[in-house]
Design a protein around this ligand. Structure first.
Ligand code: SF4
Ligand code: SF4
Ligand code: FES
Length: 326
């Protein structure tokens, strides 16, 4: 039998009302928390027992509607699924409860998700095809074809990945992980005919998939294992497969990476930077660091670049696994 334990936890709770407050403040509340509780239980108790004006979103209480997403000590969580015990183990007995995005706070934990929905709308997250309004048979999708969606359709649009993404935090034009996962979901659907339209959108400079810094935060935070970074990588591949890659630093980085592995069986890091950025920009941007690295033997000259003793195996692997021609 599991024993229920109790601990005293100090909560710093973000409070703000956009209609009346100029700045937010944090209210400190001490509470006895049991090992059975989830974060939503705490939000409920703050509202019911401490201050009835405390505001947050929740609906299903089963990790389905995506409404209850907030941040605890900066970590994005679904309040109805996140166990208090796990958070206490991770952060200790002082926890800060904040909305997903402080600059979008409307009231306490509630944020304005307008940018999130607009980014979704931007990638056309619906099936596009010439519809036969009087079909003679069902338009069936086989289990194998359905598997190509790679669980992208499990997204509950909670926004956790979107408001944890550092690229989006620094660049508001960036479309973001959830919308990219949605773009992949419809591009991978055999019934859809708008792949090229969506690739135009997700391949565009500043807003597109090439601005992802591959931090994997979206994968880490997603409660539904949608794994948006995996879908972003698939969109990278679709860009090359469909011959719509734009010549920029990011696409040259992908091409240079593949060339280096094919040529040496190893990554020639200095050459990769030169190939991606161009000789003159590279010297201007990284010249000083490059020289220091060269002095301590960290930069290998092209004529001294070693080759893997398994180069033939590496080449065969690339040939058999590559879906993309650069
Ligand atoms: S991996 Fe890319 S999309 Fe995902 S959080 Fe990091 S920068 Fe954002
Ligand atoms: S991809 Fe995951 S984290 Fe992002 S909105 Fe969908 S369910 Fe939430
Ligand atoms: S209340 Fe619906 S996901 Fe938490």
């Amino acid at each position: 039998m599991t024993t229920i334990t109790t601990q005293t936890i100090t909560f710093n709770v973000f409070r703000f009302n956009a209609e009346t407050d100029y700045l937010p403040h944090y209210k400190t509340i001490e509470m006895e928390v049991t090992s059975e509780e989830v974060v939503l239980d705490i939000l409920n108790r703050i509202k019911w027992d401490v201050d009835g004006s405390f505001s947050y979103r929740r609906s299903c209480r089963h990790g389905i509607c995506g409404a209850c997403a907030i941040k605890v000590n900066g970590k994005g969580v679904l309040a109805c699924k996140e166990r208090m015990n796990d958070l206490i183990e991770l952060f200790g007995t002082e926890l800060t409860l904040e909305p997903l995005s402080i600059k979008r706070a409307v009231k306490d934990m509630i944020i304005d998700k307008e940018d999130f929905w607009k980014k979704h709308e931007q990638v056309k997250p619906y099936l596009i095809d010439e519809i036969d309004e009087h079909p003679e048979s069902e338009n069936l999708v086989t289990p194998k074809e359905e598997a190509q969606l790679l669980e992208a359709d499990y997204c509950i649009q909670c926004g956790l990945c979107h408001y944890s993404c550092p690229s989006l935090e620094n660049n508001e034009s960036y479309i973001g992980p959830a919308a990219f996962a949605a773009a992949y979901r419809f591009n991978a659907d055999v019934r859809d005919k708008a792949t090229l339209d969506r690739l135009d959108i997700v391949n565009a400079p500043d807003q597109g998939v090439w601005d992802c810094v591959k931090c994997f935060e979206c994968q880490e935070v997603c409660p539904k294992e949608v794994n948006p970074i995996e879908k972003i990588t698939k969109l990278h591949n679709q860009v090359f497969e469909n011959g719509v890659a734009i010549n920029n630093v990011a696409t040259r980085h992908a091409v240079g990476f593949a060339h280096s592995i094919k040529k040496h069986g190893l990554l020639d890091e200095a050459e990769l930077v030169r190939y991606s950025e161009g000789t003159v920009p590279m010297l201007m941007k990284h010249g000083k660091v490059g020289f220091k690295m060269f002095k301590v033997g960290k930069v290998v000259m092209p004529w001294n670049m070693p080759k893997s003793d398994k180069l033939d195996e590496v080449k065969a692997l690339i040939k058999s696994s590559s879906t993309v021609k650069f």
